[in-house]
Each structure stands twice: as C-alpha cells, then as structure tokens.
Design a protein around this ligand. Structure first.
Ligand SMILES: CC(C)(COP(=O)(O)OP(=O)(O)OC[C@H]1O[C@@H](n2cnc3c(N)ncnc32)[C@H](O)[C@@H]1OP(=O)(O)O)[C@@H](O)C(=O)NCCC(=O)NCCS
Length: 272
C-alpha cells in the first residue's frame, strides 16, 4: 500500500555528503577519529557519565563506538560529532536516533568533567540542531533526560528545546526507574537562517570549491554557511564586543589558515 505522505527528508541526504565540521565560537564539532578512543574511555570512567548514560566502556568497546559513527552516517541511522577546542576533545554531541522519512531525530550528549560549566553542551547542541534543521531538513528533534538531571535540563532550555512533558518511569537506571523530561525543538521554533547573527557555523564540504571558506570571511555566506540569529539572554554567553574579540576574529583567522592550507595542499598536488 503506498504511503499517503512523502518522506519528510528523502533518503540519501546524509550519506550523499561527507559529514561536515561545524564551528561555533571556539568550538569545533568534527567527525570522530580513532585517536579519540582514550578520551572516550576516560569519559565513561566519570561517575556522572556512568550515572546518566548507564554504562562503562572498555578500550575495545570505545574503538567500536568510535567506528560505529561513520557506519551510522552511511546508514542514515544516526550521526556523531566530537566537540573539541584547540586543546582537544571536550564533549560528545550525537543524534542517537534518526528517521529521515519521519523527519525526526533524538540527541544525546556528554561533556568531559573538566570542560563543564562553560556552555559547551548547549552551544554544540545549538550548532548541531541548526545544521540539522537548515541543511538536512529534519522537522523535529527530541531530547530526554532524567528529571533528576538538572544540568541536562538547563542544556535543553538554553539550546531552545521546549519542555513538553514528563514520561513516567521511562528509563531504568542503576537505582531504579526514572521519570524522564521530554524536550523538543521543531522546525520553525527559531529563525535559524536570519542574517546578521553573531554565531557562525561553517559546513566544510570536501567537494566544495576551495574558495568556500574565504567567501565566508568576506561576509557573503556561500551555500553551506549558516548564520544564527542573535542569541537570547539565555543562550548568549558573551557581550557583542567580547564576541568580536574572542570569537569572530579567532574564527576568521582559523578559517583563513585552513583555506591557505587547503590551497597549498592543492598546489602541491597540482590541482590548481
Ligand atoms: C549535563 C552536561 C551535559 C552539561 O554540559 P555543560 O557543557 O557543562 O553545560 P553548561 O555549561 O551549560 O551547564 C549546564 C548546567 O550544569 C550545571 N553546571 C555548571 N557547572 C558545572 C560543573 N562544573 N559540573 C557539573 N555541572 C555544572 C549548572 O546547573 C548549569 O546550568 P546553569 O548554566 O544554569 O548554571 C554535563 O554536565 C555532563 O556531561 N554531565 C554528565 C553526563 C550527562 O548528564 N549527560 C546528559 C544525559 S541526558
């Protein structure tokens, strides 16, 4: 029997492109690498991550976990980003469930203990969500956390995930059943493409022309560059002047360097 509605997102939208890197403030969301395995093992040794994710991870399991994300991208059943700054890994931001036909996803995240309390999770979540709504075309993304996990509730609120209700005794933890808050963002909750914002997300597409990021520097965002609206008091961590100094300039510097590196590499390979 044929479906009466078309798929919300056609199959292939993820697997037909390489996984992008997303930049927000000083944070980079990039695909996982095998070199991340020791930090992933360390993350799952943290009591809070064990408590809320209800698992530990051996070296071998962490290798499998890291390797699973490209497979899930190819299968369009999930997506995982390592959240880093110049010093290294800070956090995990993932779509633990994804159904393109239904236009739905569900997020999961943790932050390494030493990186907590500086808005890493809400900003990474905002970046990933914006990319998923604007570029992939998801309609709804859900987020669930134990009602006892107040830190996670703050993350959801700061990233614009509206509290929709409480699912009673939905998740079994080591100390018994937990009620879970259900938060969600739906397409159109915020105007993700409004120009003139302070946060910039760059989708680095390996197949895009070399000039893509240079164009972003010039203030003419090409295809693949999303400018978020002005953050609300709740999501904004910096005042505008501080933002220019600490976010915009270093980001532009980093992008310029990457464009120069790419160009040098292409010249070496005789591509230009
Ligand atoms: C919950 C978690 C993801 C928050 O990430 P984060 O990047 O620290 O997020 P924020 O900096 O926005 O802080 C969120 C809240 O955590 C609390 N918090 C602040 N500093 C903290 C610290 N050093 N350690 C723990 N929690 C802290 C505060 O309640 C804060 O809310 P506030 O900004 O209104 O004060 C992170 O603490 C974590 O990974 N916890 C363990 C695993 C987990 O809970 N995963 C989510 C499962 S649903």
């Amino acid at each position: 029997m044929p479906d009466l509605v078309a798929p919300v997102v056609p199959g292939g939208r993820l697997r037909d492109q390489s996984q992008p890197e997303l930049f927000i403030d000083e944070l980079i969301l990039r695909p996982w690498r095998s070199a991340d395995v020791p930090d992933v093992v360390r993350a799952y040794q943290d009591p809070a991550i064990q408590r809320w994710h209800v698992r530990t991870m051996s070296d071998h399991e962490a290798e499998e976990w890291v390797a699973t994300w490209p497979q899930r991208w190819a299968a369009e059943s999930g997506a995982g980003w390592a959240v880093c700054d110049d010093e290294g890994l800070l956090a995990r931001m993932s779509l633990r469930a994804l159904d393109l036909a239904e236009g739905m996803g569900e997020v999961a995240y943790w932050v390494l203990p030493e990186a907590r309390g500086r808005g890493v999770a809400p900003r990474a979540l905002l970046a990933m969500s914006t990319w998923l709504f604007v570029h992939v075309g998801l309609h709804r993304i859900e987020l669930a956390h134990s009602t006892l996990n107040t830190g996670s509730c703050r993350v959801a609120t700061k990233a614009g995930y509206v509290l929709e209700g409480t699912k009673r005794q939905q998740a079994l933890h080591r100390d018994g059943w937990h009620d879970m808050h259900l938060h969600a963002r739906v397409q159109g909750d915020a105007d993700d493409t409004a120009p003139g914002g302070r946060l910039t997300i760059v989708q680095r597409d390996e197949s895009a022309p070399l000039g893509t990021m240079a164009a972003a520097d010039l203030g003419h965002p090409p295809e693949g560059v999303v400018i978020l609206p002005e953050p609300s008091a709740d999501t904004g961590h910096l005042d505008p002047r501080a933002w220019v100094e600490t976010v915009r300039r270093p980001t532009v510097r980093r992008l310029r360097q990457r464009v120069a590196d790419n160009l040098a590499q292409a010249r070496e390979l005789g591509e230009v």
